[in-house]
Design a protein around this ligand. Structure first.
Ligand code: HEC
Length: 125
């Protein structure tokens, strides 16, 4: 009898424990979904042609790793919309453009949300 009385309490406890755990257990999944979506955009917009599948760079373009000290999400979005303007004002980008056979093409015509997801992917490491 006593065990039966306790059963609903145990169910309630497990439900509450589940609820309180869910925000932390969902966080990594949400993050990796953004990264996955950003990678999909990266590939579908042909960025790997010059920057490599794993962003390690090719003969046509520099590696895109460890970008966060130099770039914020907002700045990257503006860059992707108008790379030539950044080349004019940033000597480092001009040097990079000289070093490779190509220059960063653009502007990338895409909506804000898509560019933000792409930028988030580029800034993840
Ligand atoms: C035709 C080759 C080519 C393609 C395709 C290309 N890039 Fe580039 N990218 C370059 C080159 C070359 C540079 C060096 C700077 C410049 O030319 O402006 C560069 C620079 C960059 C930089 C700055 C790197 C740094 O060190 O700060 C980012 C970020 C970038 N590209 C992202 C992208 C993304 C995202 C795509 C796909 C939408 C893409 N690139 C497609 C050639 C390319």
């Amino acid at each position: 009898m006593r065990a039966e009385n306790r059963a609903p309490l145990i169910v309630l406890f497990l439900a509450l424990a589940g609820l309180s755990c869910s925000p932390t257990s969902e966080a990594p999944t949400r993050e990796s979904e953004t990264v996955r979506e950003g990678r999909r955009i990266f590939v579908s917009d042909a960025c790997p042609t010059c920057h490599g599948q794993d962003r390690a760079g090719t003969n046509n373009g520099p590696p895109l790793q460890g970008l966060h000290p130099r770039w914020t999400e907002e700045k990257l979005i503006r860059f992707l919309r108008e790379p030539s303007a950044f080349r004019q004002s940033d000597p480092r980008l001009r040097q990079l453009a000289d070093r490779y056979k190509t220059v960063m093409p653009g502007p990338l015509r895409s909506d804000e949300a898509r560019l933000r997801t792409l930028a988030g992917y580029l800034l993840q490491d």
